[in-house]
Design a protein around this ligand. Structure first.
Ligand code: GAL
Length: 698
C-alpha cells in the first residue's frame, strides 16, 4: 500500500514511549522488556518540546539522539512525533497572544497541554520550526519509519474564542461566502434583525444571552476544524522537505465530536486512531466495534492503525475500572479484526508523576510480576501469529450514514426535544446490526453508496439537498434505504428545507410529516400489533406513495403510520418514525434461512415475508431484519448476540463475549492461535477469541 509504514513484522505492537520521564538506566530495561513483549514500534517524543528547545531558538537533541539509537540497536521501529500538542512553558510567556480563550472569554491557564490558540500565527511559526528541525535531524535515521504529527488535534482546544481567532474567522467567512450579503442570506440574519453590515461585525459565537444564530455556530465549528488542519499541514509539509516516511496524526474517532474526520481523512498518509472504552458502560465492546468501523471508513476501507488504547484502567473517568481477564486481548484483536494493522497503547511504562500516574500501561507500576505484564507478553505472541492479516480488508454490505456536521447541528440549542441526540440513534442502529452479526461501514451522505446492499440513515437532521438526491439515486438504482425520524430537516446552514418535512427526503421516502410530537421525559408510545415500543419521538406521518408497515397504536399519533416502506425505481426506502430499541436478545434465533429468504421478519412484513415473529429479535432488530432480508444481506442466523463475528480477508475472527462456550457452524480452515484444523465448526470458549484462516479467498 503506498505511503504505508515499512514495519519489519506484520502487526505493529507497542505504544507511546516517554523515556524523558525516566533516568537513562531505565531505558535499557525498557528496551530489554520491549523485546520480551514483542514490541516492534513505539511513538516517541510526543511531549518533549521543552527538552528539545529549552529556550526559544535554543536546541538540544542529545537525549533524543541517544534514545533513537538505543531503540534502533534493539530492533524497535520509531513513529517519531512532533511535540506540538504541548508547547513549552516559555512559549506562553513569550507569546501571550497565543493563549487559548474559552467561550466565556476566560484565558485558559498553562501547566497543562493543548493550551494554545489554533489560529495563532505565533504558534504556527513555532510549531513549523520545531517540526522542521526534528525532521531535518531524524528523517535519515533507519529506525524512523513514520511520523506522528502533534497529538489528538482538537482534543482540549477544539475552538478558541480570542480576538486572533475572530479575525481568522472573518477571513474564513470571506472565503466561504464571498460577500456579506451572501452571508446574511445563508445565515438567515433577517430573523431577529441580526443583519451584518460587514464581515468585521461578525463575532465568534461566544456566550450569548439567548438563542444564538445557529448557522454562525455551524460555520465556527467548520472554521475551527480547518484551523487545526492548517496546523497539521504546515508541520506535515515541513517534515516532507526532509523525509518521505508516511505521516499521520492520531484521531479520536468517534469521541472528539468537534473534529470532522471526513474533512481530515485526505490529509494523512495513514489513518490512526486512539480509542478508550467507557469502562462503566455495559457491553462496551459494541461501542469499540463502532469506533473501529468508523475509523476504517474514514480511512476509505484501507488498513488503519490503532495508535492508542489502554491495557487496563484509564485515569480520567469517574470510576476507573480495570479491564476484566481477557478483555484487553479481546479489545486489541477486535480492532485488528475491523481493519487495524497495529495494536498500540498509551503508554509503555506507567508514569510516576503528573496527571496520568494512575493510567494503566504495558509495564505497570507492579512490574513484570503482574498478570497484566504476562497478558502484554501473550498478546505480543498472538499478534505475531496474525502477521498475515496485515493489509487485508474488511468488506461490508451495509453502510450507516454518519456526518459530523449533522452531529453538531442536532446538538445545538432549541431543538424539538433534548432527547434528540445524534449518537443515541446511531448507536441504536449500530447495535441492532451488530447483534444481527452484520458488519457495517460508515459513509458520508454524499458518498458513492452503490456498493452497499443497504444504507441506514439513523440521524441526519442536517442533510444537504445534494445528499438527499444522492440517497434518492441510490434507491432508484436498487438500493435499500432505512431512515430514522428527524432526518433531512435542514440544509448546511441549519435552514429548514423549503416545503413540508422532511424536505431533503420526502420524495425518496414517499411521505411527509405534518407535525412533530416529541414525547415527555421517559415517555413511550406503542407501535404495531406485536408490542413494539417507541421512545423519544412520535410524529404525524402522511403517506405520499409509501405504505404503512406498522401504525402507532397509542399516543399523539395513534392510528397513523410509525414504520413505512416505499418502493421507488428498483429499490425500497423504509422510514421509522420513533425510537425503537435494539432489544438485547440472547434466545437462539428461529430458523436459519439463507440470505434473501423471507425468514423471520418478526415485525410484520409489508408484503414480503411471512412475519412469524416467534422468539426472534424485537423492536428495531425486527424492522431491520425485514429490511436486511429484502436487501439480501448475508449473515449468520443461528448465533447468540454475545458472539461477535468479523471477517477480514481470509481470516474469520470470532469473539465470545458471553459466559458460555459458543459453537459456530460453517467454519473451516486453520486456527491461528491453536493450529487446529477446523472442518465445519468452531467452539469459542467463554470470553475467548478464535481466529481461523481459510485456505482460499474467503
Ligand atoms: C489520550 C492522549 C494520551 C493520554 C491518554 C490517556 O487522549 O493522547 O496522551 O493522555 O489519552 O488515556
Amino acid at each position: 500500500m503506498p505511503g504505508y509504514p515499512a514495519l519489519p513484522e506484520g502487526i505493529a505492537y507497542g505504544g507511546d514511549y516517554n523515556p524523558e520521564q525516566w533516568p537513562e538506566e531505565v531505558w535499557r530495561e525498557d528496551v530489554r522488556l520491549m523485546r520480551e513483549a514483542g514490541v516492534n514500534l513505539v511513538s516517541l517524543g510526543i511531549f518533549n518540546w521543552s527538552l528539545l528547545e529549552p529556550a526559544e531558538g535554543v536546541y538540544d537533541f542529545g537525549r533524543l539522539d541517544r534514545i533513537v539509537d538505543l531503540l534502533h540497536s534493539c530492533g524497535v521501529m520509531i513513529d517519531l512525533a512532533t511535540p506540538t500538542s504541548s508547547p513549552p512553558t516559555w512559549f506562553r510567556t513569550t507569546h501571550p497572544g497565543a493563549r487559548l480563550v474559552d467561550r466565556e472569554g476566560r484565558v485558559i491557564a498553562g501547566g497543562s497541554r493543548h493550551s494554545f490558540c489554533p489560529s495563532s500565527p505565533e504558534y504556527a511559526a513555532a510549531s513549523e520550526r520545531i517540526a522542521g528541525r526534528i525532521a531535518a535531524r531524524y528523517a535519515g535515521h533507519p529506525a524512523v519509519v513514520m511520523w506522528h504529527v502533534h497529538n489528538e488535534y482538537g482534543w482540549a482546544n477544539a475552538r478558541c474564542y480570542c480576538e486572533t481567532s475572530a479575525k481568522a474567522f472573518r477571513d474564513w467567512l470571506r472565503e466561504r461566502h464571498g460577500d456579506v450579503a451572501a452571508l446574511n442570506a445563508a445565515w438567515g440574519t433577517t430573523f431577529w434583525g441580526l443583519t451584518y453590515g460587514s464581515f468585521d461585525e461578525v463575532e465568534p459565537p461566544r456566550i450569548a444571552p439567548v438563542g444564538q444564530l445557529t448557522a454562525l455556530q455551524l460555520d465556527y465549528a467548520r472554521f475551527s476544524v480547518d484551523a487545526h488542519i492548517a496546523n497539521f499541514r504546515r508541520e506535515r509539509d515541513a517534515i516532507r522537505r526532509f523525509g518521505d516516511q508516511p505521516v499521520t496524526t492520531n484521531f479520536m474517532i468517534p469521541n472528539c465530536e468537534p473534529m470532522d474526520y471526513w474533512r481530515w481523512a485526505g490529509e494523512v498518509d495513514v489513518v490512526s486512531n486512539d480509542h478508550y472504552l467507557d469502562a462503566g458502560r455495559a457491553e462496551n465492546h459494541i461501542e469499540l466495534a463502532m469506533a473501529a468501523d468508523l475509523t476504517r471508513s474514514v480511512a476509505g476501507g484501507r488498513p488503519w492503525m490503532l495508535m492508542e488504547h489502554s491495557t487496563g484502567a484509564v485515569n480520567w473517568q469517574p470510576r476507573n475500572l480495570a479491564k476484566r481477564p481477557g478483555e484487553m486481548r479481546r479489545n486489541s484483536l477486535a480492532h485488528v479484526a475491523r481493519g487495524s494493522d497495529s495494536v498500540l497503547f498509551f503508554q509503555w511504562r506507567a508514569s510516576r508523576h503528573g496527571a496520568e500516574k494512575f493510567h494503566s500501561a504495558m509495564l505497570p507500576h507492579a512490574g513484570t510480576g503482574s498478570d497484566l505484564w504476562r497478558d502484554v507478553v501473550a498478546l505480543g505472541a498472538d499478534l505475531r501469529g496474525l502477521a498475515a492479516v496485515r493489509g487485508s480488508r474488511v468488506e461490508a454490505e451495509v453502510a450507516l450514514v454518519w456526518d459530523w456536521e449533522s452531529y453538531w447541528a442536532l446538538e445545538l440549542e432549541w431543538r424539538p426535544s433534548v432527547d434528540l441526540r445524534f449518537r443515541e440513534r446511531v448507536e441504536a442502529y449500530y447495535e441492532a446490526l451488530w447483534r444481527e452479526h452484520v458488519t457495517v461501514d460508515f459513509a458520508h451522505p454524499s458518498a458513492d453508496l452503490s456498493a452497499y446492499r443497504m444504507v441506514v440513515v439513523p440521524s441526519s437532521y442536517l442533510l444537504t439537498e445534494a445528499a438527499g438526491k444522492n440517497l434518492r439515486r441510490y434507491v432508484e438504482a436498487g438500493g435499500h434505504l432505512v431512515v430514522s425520524y428527524f432526518s433531512g430537516i435542514v440544509d448546511e446552514n441549519d435552514a429548514i428545507h423549503p416545503g413540508v418535512h422532511p424536505g431533503a427526503l420526502r420524495d425518496v421516502l414517499g411521505l411527509w410529516v405534518e407535525e412533530f410530537h416529541p414525547l415527555p421525559e421517559n415517555g413511550t408510545v406503542p407501535v404495531g400489533d406485536g408490542g413494539l415500543t417507541g421512545r423519544i419521538w412520535s410524529e404525524r406521518v402522511r403517506l405520499a406513495g409509501a405504505r404503512a408497515v406498522h401504525a402507532f397504536t397509542g399516543g399523539p399519533d395513534a392510528g397513523h403510520p410509525a414504520v413505512t416502506r416505499h418502493e421507488l425505481g428498483a429499490g425500497t426506502a423504509w422510514y421509522v418514525a420513533t425510537a425503537l430499541d435494539p432489544a438485547p436478545d440472547h434466545a437462539p434465533f428461529p430458523g436459519s434461512g439463507t440470505a434473501g429468504s423471507s425468514g423471520d421478519t418478526g415485525a410484520g412484513d409489508g408484503g414480503t415475508g411471512t412475519g412469524t415473529g416467534t422468539g426472534g429479535g424485537r423492536d428495531l432488530r425486527a424492522i431491520l431484519r425485514a429490511a436486511l432480508d429484502l436487501a439480501g444481506v448475508s449473515r449468520p442466523r443461528d448465533l447468540p448476540d454475545t458472539l461477535e463475528l468479523v471477517r477480514r480477508g481470509r481470516h474469520l475472527f470470532l469473539f465470545n463475549h458471553g459466559d458460555e462456550p459458543v459453537t459456530v457452524q460453517g467454519v473451516s480452515g486453520t486456527g491461528v492461535f491453536d493450529g487446529a484444523a477446523y472442518t465445519g465448526s468452531a467452539t469459542v470458549p467463554a470470553g475467548g477469541v478464535t481466529v481461523v484462516e481459510s485456505a482460499g479467498d474467503a
